[in-house]
Design a protein around this ligand. Sequence first.
Ligand SMILES: CC(C)(COP(=O)(O)OP(=O)(O)OC[C@H]1O[C@@H](n2cnc3c(N)ncnc32)[C@H](O)[C@@H]1OP(=O)(O)O)[C@@H](O)C(=O)NCCC(=O)NCCS
Length: 146
Amino acid sequence: MISIKQINDKDIDLCYELDSSTISLWSKKQWAEELKKEGIKVFGLLIANLVIGICVFHVVLDEAQINFFVVNQKYRKKGFGSYLMNHLIKQCEKLNIKKLFLEVSHTNITADKFYSRFDFYTVGIRKNYYKDGSNALLKEKKLRTK
Ligand SMILES: CC(C)(COP(=O)(O)OP(=O)(O)OC[C@H]1O[C@@H](n2cnc3c(N)ncnc32)[C@H](O)[C@@H]1OP(=O)(O)O)[C@@H](O)C(=O)NCCC(=O)NCCS
């Protein structure tokens, strides 16, 4: 059974495990710092008790930035990423957030295509932003608010 739960700073190990087995974005120390920040919210996507996806987003007034969005490799292309994204969008709309932002490498075609399906549009480019020299595409999605 699929469920989504809000993750707190006691669940750093879960976050770090999924990160280190996928995109290796942050160290455990960086995760600890991230989860302590004001305005940070984390959703975990679970099948039974297993966390197979995590989304970290940062709310600042009426805008939010997705800082981490990953589905476990074994569970990709089955609709789980979309399930998590739809949940995130609904929660943001409930919080009356007007715009959702994220950054993605221009070489990450899979993620770029995924975000395009949710009407994220490129609004800026940061040249040579990532360690491998690739550019970051800054993407924005406008949300429906009350
Ligand atoms: C981007 C990411 C989160 C997508 O997660 P996902 O669980 O594969 O997402 P979905 O399954 O909902 O959708 C992915 C594709 O599978 C397709 N799909 C979904 N269910 C399917 C099914 N049952 N059979 C075949 N294809 C299916 C979707 O149509 C979608 O195709 P498209 O994006 O080409 O239109 C995942 O690839 C990932 O974790 N990537 C690594 C981390 C990353 O790059 N994060 C973004 C950094 S900013």
